[in-house]
Structure formats: C-alpha cells, structure tokens
Ligand binder design. Structure first.
Ligand code: FUB
Ligand code: ZN
Length: 567
C-alpha cells in the first residue's frame, strides 16, 4: 500500500478541521472523488457523489422523497416500538434489562442503517428535527458503548436469558452466529455517513473507538477469526478513507486473508469460509454475506492493488452472471440458507432473492465497474436497481418485501415490518444514495451510467463541467444531455449504451432475447448524427465542448421476450 503517511496525517487533520466541507464531498461508497490520491491508491474510476447530482425526474425523485418523509420516520417509530432503542438503553443501564433482548443480535444494525440513510437524506433534504433525533440516538448508542470501545447490546445488557447466538464471551461466536463484527461494519458505514452529512464527530468517534478495539483484538498472532457475516470489510475501508488511518485498511485485509479453513474449523460454504478467498471461483452460500464479501474484496483490491482478490471476484462475477442471476438482477435463489442455489436453479415462485441481496449486488457491480470501467457491470446494476431491489419497497414507503418472488398465486404481499428487519432498513439507507450511481469519472472523462432527468456538476482534472439530462426514462428511451463546460472544454463523454439496447438481454450466457434485432443506437450532436466509437460498452465522444452543446439519442424499448438457458 503506497500511502504517503505525512500527507495522510495532514489530510486527516484537514478532515478533522474542515469536517463539514470535506465530509460533503464523501460518498455512500466512501470514496473521495476530489481527493482520489490523498490517502494512496483507490479505484481507477471514481464515483460521483450523490450530492453533486440534483434529480429532476418523476421516477426516482418522488421515491427518494417518500423515503425521506415517510419511510425514515416510519422506521424510527418501528424501531422504538419493536425494542431496538430499548436494547441500547438496557445495555447502558438506563432501563432495567429484564428477561431478554429483542430477537436477533444484529438488531442494533437497524438503528445504524437508519442513521446512515437519514444522514444521506440530510445531505440533500435538510431537516432540523431529524438531525436532532440522530443526535439523541447517537447519545444513546454512545452510552451503551463499553469503556474499551466494545459495542454490542446483546452482551452488555445483563438480561436474565441472553440470546444463545452470542456465546459465553466476546468474539467467541464471531465466525458463526453472534454478528458482533457485522454490527461493527454497519456502525462504521453509518458513522462515516453521519460525519459526511453533518461534520459532527460524535458518531465517528464512537466508531473509531470501536474499530481501535478490533485492531487491538484481531490480527495475525492475536485473535485470528473472520466475521461470520461480512460487511465490516467495507465499513473499515470507509473508515480508512474518512480518517486516512491505514490500520483500518490493514484490518479489512486481515479479515479477508484469515477467512478460510483453519486447524480446528474447516469452514463452511454457507459463509464463504470453506476455501481461501483468493482461491474461490464460484458464488456459494448465503447471498448477502457473499455479495458484501465480494464488495469488500473489491475495496481491498482497489486500495492495495491486490490482484489475487481481483482474480477471484472476476471469476465469481462470471459464475453469477452465467449461472445464478435472476432476470430481475436478484441473487440467492433458495430460502434454505438464504443462499445461491446450484447453477441454473432459479425458481420463480419460490425465489428467495432477498432485498438485501439485491442491494449487495448493486454494491458489488458498482465496485466491479469502478475497477474495470466496463458498462456490462452497470447493465447488471441497472437491471437489479429497477427490478430486484426496487420491488423491495411499496410506493407508499411503508411496506416491504424480504424475498422477492417472480411469480405468485396471490400468496405474496409486502409487510409493514419483520422481526428480522434487515431489508427494510437496508432499502431505506440505499434510496437516498441512488443518484450516486448515475455518473462516474476518471481523470478527464465523464461516464453517463444511468439515465434519469437531473443536473450534475463535475470537477475533472482539466476543470469544471455541468451536465443536464432531459428524459422521461424509464418510461421511454429518449434522452437529451445538455453539456455546459464551465472551466474546461476538453474532456470525453462516455455514454453507456445498455446491452439490452444492443440485443443482449443481460451480460453473460444466461438470458437471450428471442427476437434479436439489434440496431446501432444513433447519437446526435446538436441535431446532427455523430460518429462514435463503442469502447467497453460506452459511446465515446471526445471534442472541444461548447456551451449549448446537446447530445440526443433514443434507446429503443420494444417489449421483448427472452429465454433462459435450460437446465
Ligand atoms: O444475518 C443478518 C441478515 O439477516 C442477513 O443479511 C439476512 O440475510 C438476514 O438473515
Ligand atoms: Zn435483508
């Protein structure tokens, strides 16, 4: 890892001093677009923060508003009613512990994901009441933290009947059911988001204290255990990017390196621990665990330039796309272990296709794009976003799917709450970050990955640019992009031409259109047809851009039948 430590410390101090200003440039993926090399290397392609993108569309904007105004307050109320906040009060001794906690030892993460989503939401929709509600939640969380940083209400609260998954002592069941490290991962993601949104270090300090405990306890020659449910790897990568402290990246890498069969534990494909990660080539086991793990591998690969992890996730991605992906972008076919099934085993009515797994699939594919700059990853991301992910929440914002079946005899309906509420809080944290997936950039090129009416501002190496998308997408495929160079004219515009517009139902071998009638997508510049090269799925237009330039094109959307390779 090529980190200039002097620079890092300086950036860290800057981050402390100018928390708010710097924080606002951070992203849901945890990257620093304006400061890509401040802490060393990272993804070769950079996401564009959702705060740089103002949606003006009639599809995503209303949904994100419903999430902000209905879903987030609703989840806060449900978390109160269902004991999630009491868990923290019991752990801090501010409430009698009583008989038992709520059902699952990962219930703490519902509060963390609520804070994460609310923090993203605050960045685009200021809300003083919500800001104060987060302050008091964070205070309650802080009071439940042990002096050495440990934070896990199910152990700290002295209930008469402790939940059996937690084990007798700290970290004992970390590789199986306790979710102690899973909770830490969501804590870090939420804390970084809250810092980004508000510039307040209250939650970040709680996360740092907890992460320092993990650094003290885990590592080679210390506790050599991996997280039963990944997410802490992504959380640590975000914490590393936010603080510049390399020990968090080292710990993320340790959690990947240590995963696999051990002397007294041969591992389990259920949680991807039966084979060393660098040797894994197939997607197996619990789908959310898997896709969070692959996302963490991508983060560590990008941050350390570790090619072994890259080789593994490249092969795993192929396996998913060729054998284990629903046409909706959903993953994890079977409820048995909430897991990937065998190749081609993708039943419709009994599809598990958990909402969390769809979200994880978006995270994974975004990271694969950021590594490779290829539009095929965005083809999968887009498919998942509009189908397997969005199906997880109703239009009214208060009803949710956990499994997302593809067929029904009327026996399926969304619910207002689940005892295991992971999908509910996950989708509410995802929604406000959606605009982050629309664009990406590298040094002097802009990538238009998704289509939605919006205005966005970019800072390239050569200067500033604005884009405005005018479109009714996804209801039709007519798209206009107004290009306004602000302080640079010299950059490439890379417009994704979706695979489905070129005759490919999805990347890979699994789905094919019955009627393949691809017609090249014509692109017009100021009304005149323009020649373009198709590079990695993008129409690339390089020119000396002028104010008032307009690109227009139509992505044909006839209804098409597709078939799946039979078993
Ligand atoms: O184990 C935590 C979460 O609960 C998982 O990600 C979901 O699949 C559900 O089991
Ligand atoms: Zn879930």
């Amino acid at each position: 890892m090529n980190v200039n430590s002097k620079h890092t410390t300086k950036m860290h101090r800057l981050a402390q001093k100018t928390g708010k200003a710097l924080g606002l440039t951070l992203l849901a993926t945890g990257l620093l677009p304006g400061l890509p090399s401040a802490f060393g290397q990272d993804y070769p392609y950079k996401p564009v923060a959702f705060t740089q993108v103002q949606l003006t569309d009639h599809f995503w904007k209303p949904k994100i508003e419903v999430n902000a105004t209905v879903t987030i307050p609703y989840i806060l109320r449900m978390c109160k009613e269902h004991g999630r906040i009491d868990n923290f009060l019991k752990a801090s001794g501010r409430m009698p512990a009583g008989d038992k906690m709520t059902t699952y030892p990962f219930d703490d993460t519902d509060i963390y994901k609520l804070i994460e989503g609310a923090s993203y939401s605050l960045q685009t929709t200021p809300n003083t009441l919500l800001d104060r509600q987060l302050d008091s939640l964070i205070q309650i969380i802080g009071q439940a933290q042990q002096p050495d940083g440990y934070l896990y209400t199910f152990r700290t609260a002295k209930v008469k009947h402790p939940q059996s998954w937690i084990g007798q002592h700290r970290w004992q069941n970390a590789e199986i059911l306790s979710h102690e490290l899973y909770n830490c991962g969501h804590l870090y993601e939420a804390a970084v988001a809250h810092f980004q949104a508000t510039g307040k270090r209250t939650f970040l300090n709680i996360a740092i204290k907890n992460a320092n405990l993990l650094v003290k306890d885990f590592g080679w020659g210390k506790i050599e255990k991996y997280p039963g449910h990944p997410v802490v790897e992504m959380g640590l990568a975000k914490l590393y990017r936010a603080t510049g402290d390399k020990k968090y990246l080292d710990l993320a890498k340790f959690f990947l390196d240590v995963r696999g069969p051990q002397k007294d534990n041969k591992g389990d494909s259920y949680n991807q621990s039966n084979i060393k990660l660098v040797n894994q080539r197939q997607a197996e086991g619990h789908a959310v665990r898997a896709a969070y793990l692959y996302s963490g591998m991508a983060d560590v690969a990008a941050l350390t330039k570790d090619t072994a992890y890259l080789t593994a996730i490249d092969a795993i991605w192929d396996d998913i796309i060729d054998h284990k992906l629903y046409i909706t972008g959903g993953i994890g076919a079977t409820g048995n272990g909430e897991a990937f099934g065998p190749a081609y085993d993708l039943p419709n009515m009994t599809a598990y296709a958990e909402t969390c797994a769809a979200i994880a699939n978006v995270y994974f594919n975004e990271r694969m794009f950021l590594l490779h700059g290829d539009a095929r990853y965005i083809d999968v991301l887009e498919k998942t976003l509009y189908n397997g992910l969005l199906s997880g929440v109703s239009l009214d914002g208060t009803h949710f799917f956990y499994p997302n079946p593809l067929a029904s005899l009327g026996q399926h309906a969304r619910s207002g709450w689940f005892d295991c509420a992971c999908c509910i809080t996950n989708i509410s944290r995802f929604m406000p970050s959606m605009p982050e997936y629309i664009y990406a950039q590298d040094k002097n090129a802009l990538f238009v990955n998704l289509f939605a009416a919006n205005k966005a501002n970019f800072e390239l190496a050569s200067g500033k640019v604005q884009l405005e998308q005018l479109t009714n997408y996804p209801w039709d495929g007519h798209i206009k992009i107004n290009v306004t160079p602000v302080s640079t004219n010299d950059f490439g515009l890379h417009i994704r031409i979706p695979g489905w517009a070129k005759g490919d139902a999805l990347p890979g071998d699994l789905y094919h259109f019955l009627d393949i009638n691809p017609h090249p997508v014509d692109i017009f510049l100021n009304g005149k047809s323009v020649d373009y090269k198709l590079v990695h799925g993008y129409a690339v237009i390089n020119r000396d851009w002028k104010k008032g330039d307009q690109i227009s094109f139509n992505l044909p959307m006839p209804v098409k039948k597709s078939w799946q390779i039979p078993r």
